[in-house]
Write a protein that binds this ligand. Sequence first.
Ligand code: SF4
Length: 235
Amino acid sequence: MARRVREKKSPASEAGAALAKIARNAMDCRDCDLWAHATRTVFGEGEPNARLMFIGEQPGDKEDLAGHPFVGPAGKLFDRALAEAGIDRAQVYVTNAVKHFSNIQRGKVRIHKKPNATEVAACRRWLDQEIATIRPPMIVCLGATAAQALLGAKFRVSKQRGEFIESELAPLVTATMHPSSILRARDDESRHLQMRQFVDDLKKIAARMRRIDGEQFSQFRSQDLDHRRFAVSLQ
Ligand code: SF4
């Protein structure tokens, strides 16, 4: 009789399966009112074993329709900026602080509406589960909503972007602008300048990531190294 060979799951596939289960659970979430004005829950996507997690504000109109994060105009700009900074999007995980599209209807058009603190707090349980499952050594908040949700209401992206902030969430936590703010720049000159600044921030993030060697990463992921010791080992 043929012996059954039991396939050993890699940590990445275990994390992938866990994320898929959390995403399925989030599909029926009604913990705040945003679901009623959106098409679907848009959960995070990317590499389950990522060293780098990006957290934005919420899905936009295109993301809501497609069911995937960062696929609209801001997502395309984000892809360009990542490529310029030498970061492979396939190797990172991207998600949002809020999983439903917050909007107001104006005629046939749905206009983005910033989620309020109650909605962000209600959705936090999904984000916390993503972070706990992936356990990324570095988290980058994109824009004020994600930064203030994770780094405190007093955090100002305009003044503190690029600073690494001590946090329980990960050894290295920082923030930069949201790519959608570049699209809203008042003219081409400011758009170009903001894009350059955004790419520069991403290049610094990539450089910091490169300082994490394979052994440190394995130790951290196997929970042998706590956040603080890991952050100190990178200095
Ligand atoms: S926005 Fe978040 S908390 Fe609110 S219904 Fe959607 S998944 Fe649930």
